[in-house]
Write a protein of this length. Structure first.
Length: 458
């Protein structure tokens, strides 16, 4: 199996240490079997998230030294604004400290109680920000996107028929916006086609609905369009990106992903009146509109990272690097979401450990096993993160997909690290019948996976 070739050299290294199996056992129990509560220094390979975990380039680090820390009107804001306008075409920019802050400001302005927001699949903070306001998040991904084994090129696509059904059920006045997550994180990091983006935009324009992109991984999505959508095979990534955003009224971005920074986000949009409304709330919650909860140096690193992520050599490597881990697992007959997504490999837990029911959080059980086995931290995207209780019947509603995400930070781990991860998963698969389910001891009212305490079922 061909190893991906890194289009960069390593200048700085950070030591990592594999603590003993005995210590890992103590730590996971002390953490209430919740991998979020483990100390980062006790993790050998951290695949919890690709958010804010990228390695910045020398060009970005140099930009930090040019941070203008003026309270209002810092030069780095104007560099960021020019960059976003050049890449995405939007005139109005509001920086935020990260993506969930952008979601909070956008939804708090647009949503009322009992409103509905359709998407392909909402991710955890998006759904939580919607539901916290008393609104409803409706998932409308195509059926192919719910079949982990099916090799469809754009499994992140939104089903127009499902969207139309939601529109007919709730009506225009209850749908303040439609959004598309690119790539579709909760569905296996799967891309959305340009054709689908265009079709959703046309539906929204025809029905006078706002259309926004949740665009944390916009460049990876653009690369998949270039590779898989015939009409774009010879189109430059920057042109694909510009077209993607041209169809939407705006976007929100967690810059901690494709902008290759450790902190940051923004809202970008076309409409000045909506911009002014959002700006007022941003001042209240994040800070002045030209810094939005960030230092000037962070704005500069973000502006530089947004250009770096468009480099085709980097994107080619990034997609191949992720696929390398996926292909190692496929070769060992580990059930994963196929085709492999852009930022992570997703294990299909229902197939991997079918003996543990969703009521006993099998995805979380696998993340615990990975830490015990090899000091690896991954994240569950399944029943712990997304299961909800029907308020009328009291019964639990479980997500159709039960996944464990092996999320690969950008420019951080080598192919050897990925081989180590694959070996650990394969070792667990040989004794998977020994894995135990979990039960909740404590859960908060929302986003419970971050702080829940669990206990193994003996």
């Amino acid at each position: 199996m061909k190893r991906p070739l890194e289009p960069f050299r390593i200048k700085v290294v950070e030591p990592v240490k594999l603590v003993s199996r005995q210590e890992r056992e103590k730590l996971i129990r002390a953490a209430g079997f919740n991998i979020f509560k483990l100390p980062a220094e006790k993790i050998f390979i951290d695949l919890l998230t690709d958010s804010g975990t990228s390695a910045m380039s020398d060009y970005q680090w140099a930009g930090l030294m040019q941070g203008d820390e003026s309270y209002a009107g810092c030069r780095n804001f104007f560099h960021l604004k020019e960059t976003i306008h050049d890449i995405m075409g939007y005139d109005y920019i509001l920086p935020t400290h990260q993506g969930r802050a952008a979601e909070n400001i956008l939804f708090s302005t647009l949503l009322s109680k009992n409103d509905v927001v359709p998407s392909n699949i909402h991710f955890d903070t998006t759904r939580a920000n919607i539901e916290y306001l008393g609104a409803r998040a409706e998932d409308c991904v195509i059926e192919e996107g719910l079949n982990s084994e099916l090799k469809h090129p754009f499994k992140g696509n939104l089903d127009l028929q499902k969207l139309n059904q939601v529109y007919k059920r709730y009506g225009k006045n209850k749908i303040p916006l439609v959004c598309l997550t690119i790539t579709n994180n909760s569905g296996g990091g799967q891309p959305v086609s340009m054709e689908n983006i265009r079709q959703v935009a046309e539906f929204c324009r025809r029905n006078r609905l706002l259309f926004f992109l949740d665009a944390a991984r916009f460049a990876e999505n653009a690369y998949f369009i270039k590779m898989r959508e015939k009409a774009y095979g010879k189109t430059k990534i920057k042109q694909i990106v510009k077209e993607m955003f041209s169809y939407a009224d705006g976007c929100w971005v967690s810059a901690k992903k494709d902008a290759l920074v450790n902190i940051g986000g923004f809202i970008a949009l076309k409409d000045e009146k909506l911009f002014q409304k959002l700006q007022n709330l941003l001042i209240l919650r994040e800070g002045f509109p030209t810094y939005g909860g960030l230092a000037g140096r962070d704005l500069e690193a973000m502006a530089r990272g947004l250009y770096e992520v468009l480099e085709e050599d980097y994107l080619s490597y990034r997609i191949q690097h992720t696929a390398y881990l996926g292909n190692l697992l496929i070769a060992a007959q580990i059930p994963v979401v196929q085709p492999i997504g852009g930022h992570a490999v997703y294990i299909d837990v229902k197939k991997f450990i079918p003996q543990i029911p969703q009521s006993q959080f099998p995805g979380q059980a696998l993340t615990v096993a990975l830490y015990r086995q090899a000091g690896i931290r991954a994240v569950e995207i399944g029943s712990l993160m997304f299961a909800t209780k029907n308020p009328k019947t009291g019964r639990w509603i479980y997500p159709k997909l039960e996944l464990v995400r092996l999320t690969i930070p950008r420019r951080v781990y080598s192919a050897s690290h990925l081989e180590y991860v694959a070996e650990a998963v394969i070792a667990i698969s040989k004794k998977r019948e020994q894995l135990k389910g979990l039960k909740l001891v404590y859960e908060p009212p929302f986003l419970r996976h971050f702080t829940a305490v669990l206990k193994e079922i003996e």
